[in-house]
Write a protein that binds this ligand. Structure first.
Ligand code: NAD
Ligand code: TDX
Length: 329
């Protein structure tokens, strides 16, 4: 199995899960180790996998690795919306050209491909809209990040239909858990509080995200690999809708602080209001169920991980906060 982006947040958790629960799988990770990739995230499985430092958009690096694999799971991406607003180019390069490069290679070698994507391709919902995203919701992305992810999904659909590439796609909601970069909402606020700094909420904090534990996402990916139908798309979500203000209040409470000890800061331009996933298809057709349905206890476990692993996140923290400070966030 070739896992791209295996030194990032979700990819590293997928590598751990695979090594621990499926020791028969021979894992190779391809990762460019951008600012978001961290080889330390793989330290305790390093001897059980092959690690290759390289770019998914580099056909010469990709092709022999794909040729040697039975299946490719493609996590590698530029993943942060705020960065995509400051400089969209790496998003076009990695998310579009990188996916194109992998697709051409899996086509050439007839290798099974799974594409990791996001619910953000569907745009956003109003707070009072009872609708949730399904596999048939039209694409309507808002940001450079989500538009390049949407474009990459469409490349996969076209390569499956036109060239018969054996590909599946999953679109998942917001993940939380260990090894997530401190630029992202939940780790940023946890590590702020652990550093004696007040959490920062964009706008009024009313935007809603549909949270899922990263291990539940990754078990769903394995379910799709084993039981999914090539050419199909599956939405992954665990009914975890929460507004940002409530998440910050919960983090403060769990860390023994006053629930209102946060700051409101400049909003994200074009900020999507609400995401919500209807994962009925994955549950009924493939039999997947989340193992972390309780957000509060999953969050408490995640807080404990950041408390216990300061050596992992501390080196990223100052540079990340300097970027936010320059943007008034
Ligand atoms: P991340 O930013 O933590 O990790 C991305 C990884 O990809 C890093 O290790 C980085 O070094 C690597 N990478 C970046 N550019 C590369 C390139 N050109 N070549 C090789 N490697 C490269 O991201 P994440 O949060 O783990 O997201 C992983 C995937 O899941 C992405 O495709 C993302 O769109 C998708 N996704 C994320 C979420 C979420 O909540 N984080 C939700 C749904 C879907
Ligand atoms: O400091 C902050 N304050 C704040 O209020 C940060 C960093 C974020 N926010 C808000 C913005 C969003 O409403 O919190 C919410 C979550 O923000 P992010 O962690 O940046 O995630 P989001 O933009 O929702 O995108 C995430 O989920 C879908 C991932 O980063 C994507 O890769 C994934 O596709």
């Amino acid at each position: 199995m070739l896992i791209t982006g295996g030194a990032g947040f979700i990819g590293a958790n997928f590598v751990h899960q695979t090594v621990h629960e499926r020791p028969e799988v021979d894992v190779t990770v391809l990762d460019a180790l951008t600012y978001a990739g961290n080889a330390d995230s793989l330290a305790d499985v390093r001897e059980k996998i092959t690690f290759v430092e390289g770019d998914v958009a580099d056909a010469a690096a990709v092709d022999p690795l794909v040729e040697a694999s039975d299946v490719v799971v493609h996590f590698a991406a530029e993943s942060h919306n705020d960065n995509s607003l400051a400089n969209p180019w790496p998003f076009v390069q990695t998310n579009l050209i990188g996916t194109y490069t992998l697709l051409e290679s899996v086509r050439r070698h007839a290798v099974r491909y799974h594409h990791i994507s996001t619910d953000e391709v569907y745009g956003d919902l109003e707070l009072d809209d009872p609708a949730r995203f399904t596999e048939s919701t039209p694409y309507n992305p808002s940001s450079p990040y989500s538009s390049t992810k949407a474009g990459s999904d469409l490349l996969v659909r076209a390569w499956a239909r036109s060239f018969g590439v054996e590909a599946t796609i999953s679109n998942c909601s917001n993940n939380y858990g260990p090894f997530q970069h401190v630029e992202k909402f939940i780790p940023r606020q946890i590590t702020n509080v652990l550093s004696g700094v007040r959490p920062k909420l964009y706008g009024q904090g009313l935007n809603v995200r549909d949270w899922i534990h990263v291990d539940d996402h990754n078990r769903a990916v394995w379910t799709i690999l084993e039981k999914g139908t090539p050419g199909e798309t599956y939405l992954i979500g665990a009914d975890g809708e929460e507004n940002n203000k409530h998440v910050v209040e919960l983090i403060l409470q769990l860390l023994g602080q006053d629930a209102d000890a946060y700051d409101l800061v400049t909003d994200r331009p074009g900020h999507d209001m609400r995401y919500a996933i209807d994962s009925t298809r994955l549950r009924t057709e493939l039999g997947w169920e989340p193992r972390f349905p309780d957000f509060r206890s999953g969050l408490a476990e995640t807080i404990a991980w950041y408390r216990d692993n300061e050596a992992w996140w501390r080196p990223q923290k100052d540079a990340t906060e300097a970027k936010y400070a320059a943007a008034g966030q």
